[in-house]
Design a protein around this ligand. Structure first.
Ligand code: TMP
Length: 240
């Protein structure tokens, strides 16, 4: 069994630990919720457990459908083993409908469907507030090459199709989401981080928010909403 060792990285929503295998890290999902780049912060008991289970289920499904990801296995309610990667410092956002910062930037209502999905890059840098960044900036900052930029966009759109299908099966519309990718020692780029209601916007048939906007916008309790997502996914994909 792979054993948990020393802390490698402390994040806002999870901690990463070394293991006795140098190619594997252990991710521990925490109950901390943050918004506005950490300016709003609360402990929400049970959130870590729910996100670990939701992310594990979704990554299992992505692996099953042929997407290369860092996910190995869930090892406890709050922990999972991941292949160690060097994270590319980009938040790759895919938008299927207007919402959030897109609606704000362009003065548009939320929930308008795009003819084709939009991929955006943000530079992962807390000190700079994760600024919006274009392809030329990504290349200039030597974050990724032209070929890698093209690959990230293609992979993000393929993952969008799969995630849209997964959530449609539990009657949720995938409005937008954020992905992070990492490099293996041989340079191969694979999907890393998480896919959960913390990192995506999900609307039900009545356009109610079933995601972290409930916390960001003070719309109610987060836990029942995340439980609803997990229960739906478990019923559909694990026959529970
Ligand atoms: P945005 O509309 O605020 O730019 O967010 C787009 C999507 O990306 C939304 O589903 C939330 C997700 N996201 C993160 O997971 N982390 C972040 O730091 C940001 C800004 C957005």
């Amino acid at each position: 069994m792979t054993e948990k060792r020393t802390l490698l990285y402390e994040g806002k929503a999870k901690n990463l630990y070394h293991t006795d295998d140098e190619t594997i890290v252990l991710a521990e999902y925490k109950d901390q919720a943050t918004a506005l780049n950490g300016k709003k912060k609360d402990l929400i008991a049970g959130k870590g457990e729910l996100n670990n289970q939701i992310t594990s289920l979704i990554f299992r499904e992505l692996n099953r459908r042929g997407v290369r990801t860092h996910f190995i296995e869930q090892v406890s309610n709050t922990e999972q083993l991941n292949t160690k990667v060097a994270i590319i410092p980009l938040e790759v956002v895919v938008r299927n409908y207007t919402a959030g910062s897109f609606s704000k930037r362009f003065g548009l209502a939320e929930g308008l469907k795009f003819p084709t999905p939009i991929v955006e890059f943000y530079y992962k840098n807390d000190a700079l507030d994760d600024p919006f960044i274009n392809d030329a900036h990504v290349k200039y900052l030597e974050i990724a090459t032209d070929e890698e930029i093209a690959y990230l966009k293609k992979a993000a759109l393929e993952i969008d199709e799969i995630l849209t299908d997964i959530f449609a099966q539990i009657d949720l519309k995938l409005i937008d989401f954020k992905l992070e990718f990492g490099r293996l020692p041989d340079g191969e780029i694979i999907l890393a981080d998480e896919v959960s209601p913390d990192t995506s916007r999900l609307w039900d048939a009545d356009n109610h928010h079933v995601d972290k906007d409930v916390y960001r916008r003070d719309l109610g309790d987060l836990i029942p909403v995340y439980q609803q997502v997990l229960a739906g996914l478990q019923t559909k994909f694990e026959g529970k």
